[in-house]
Design a protein around this ligand. Structure first.
Ligand SMILES: *[C@@H]1O[C@H](CO)[C@@H](O)[C@H](O)[C@H]1NC(C)=O
Ligand SMILES: *[C@@H]1O[C@H](CO)[C@@H](O)[C@H](O)[C@H]1NC(C)=O
Length: 338
């Protein structure tokens, strides 16, 4: 019974998941800092200009994701440990607006902003061993992912440099994590170089400082296409200078957020529990993979990770919108056979 059910689920899923249009990802193509508008690093044109422009944003090679949460690329994108040629001046307490060129609506997930001191000139600062503090972060709240809020806000994310922050040179890092590909989160970080002015004296405490990579170790990312998915707080430390070590949105430590989402997942539809795990693994084998890839049954998780990396590294990202339809269809089908 169970194996014939599994077979028909596979057939259905494969039939319904068809390759769809290639999505363009975004990158921070402009910023407002200290009330001034700065052009970001434009990966598809800046490298070919003569001279190559000095930007406040550190270079990234393209609009593709970082896939390895333990890579040094997680800090400031691929090659972003190396400095950029310009620095923007902004007062503590003022806003920094990150303006993304575009963002695909199915690339849903958390958005966060961190800062780190450059310990001197940002134009000579290697970000590899930096200690970062969180400025803001948002996961999934009130039925909406932070990435969707960013899209709804014209692809813009606004962060506030903490008021009272000790003046000096800082990197500010804005990141979208896209969770559309189950089992393979995609990280899109971008760092800009700031000179913060003011008369503040506040510096982050030791417990507010984290390493990047490091913030996503042991994070259990949710399956955002799971019908029972309800909430997810952005991972990482508490927002610095927030005066409390927990409680505010976006500052919940990872373990409590994953506990929350698994609690949510197990609280409904008892009868569908084993069916939904079958759904998840079968869907995972066939998403982010064109249907020409043979379906395997042995190690779905490994297959999924390998194929989604391959797809992402070629810069291609297929829409997952159909997956929701497939899953709904599949669960009806499964219930009829129950
Ligand atoms: C900077 O100016 C450009 C051109 O007017 C505009 O498209 C962009 O949104 C501005 N950036 C920000 C962050 O406001
Ligand atoms: C993946 O592959 C490794 C090595 O082949 C294996 O040990 C592991 O059990 C596989 N499955 C997962 C889910 O990692």
């Amino acid at each position: 019974m169970f194996s014939s059910l599994s077979l028909s689920l596979t057939a259905l899923t494969v039939a319904f998941v068809v390759p769809s249009a290639v999505n363009a990802h975004g990158y921070v193509h402009s910023l407002e800092v200290g009330g001034k508008n700065y052009t970001g690093w434009l990966p598809f044109t800046d490298p070919y200009e003569s001279p190559v422009p000095n930007r406040i944003v550190r270079k990234l090679p393209d609009d593709g994701p970082v896939l390895d949460a333990s890579s040094s690329d997680l800090a400031c994108n691929k090659g972003g440990e190396s400095p950029a040629g310009a620095v923007a001046t902004a007062a503590a307490g003022s806003n920094v607006v990150f303006d993304w060129l575009t963002w695909p609506s199915d690339h849903m997930g958390p958005v966060s902003t961190y800062m780190t001191s450059c310990n001197g000139d940002c134009k000579t600062f290697d970000a590899s061993n930096a200690k970062w503090f969180k400025v803001d972060a948002s996961g999934y709240t009130n039925g909406k992912w932070a990435a969707t809020q960013l899209i709804d806000n014209g692809f813009k994310w606004t962060s506030t440099i903490p008021s009272g922050l000790k003046p000096g040179n800082y990197l500010i890092r804005n990141e979208i994590v896209a969770l559309h590909s189950a089992g393979q989160p995609q990280y899109y970080p971008s760092c800009a170089q700031l000179s913060v002015t003011g008369s503040g004296t506040t510096v982050p405490s030791g417990s507010e400082l984290v390493s990047i990579p490091g913030i996503y170790n042991n994070v259990q990312w949710p399956d955002i296409w799971d019908d029972n998915f309800k909430s997810f707080a952005a991972p990482g430390p508490a927002v610095a200078f927030s005066g409390s070590s927990s409680g505010s949105e976006g500052s919940d430590p990872a373990p409590s957020s994953s506990a929350k989402s698994s609690a949510a997942a197990s609280s409904t539809h008892n009868s569908a529990t084993h069916v939904s795990s079958a759904e998840t693994s079968h869907s995972a084998t066939s998403t982010h993979v064109s249907i020409s890839v043979p379906t395997t049954t042995a190690e779905p998780a490994n297959t999924s990770i390998a194929s989604s990396s391959a797809a992402a590294s070629t810069g291609r990202c297929r829409s997952k919108r159909r997956r929701g339809m497939v899953k709904r269809h599949v669960s009806h089908h499964a219930k009829r056979h129950h």
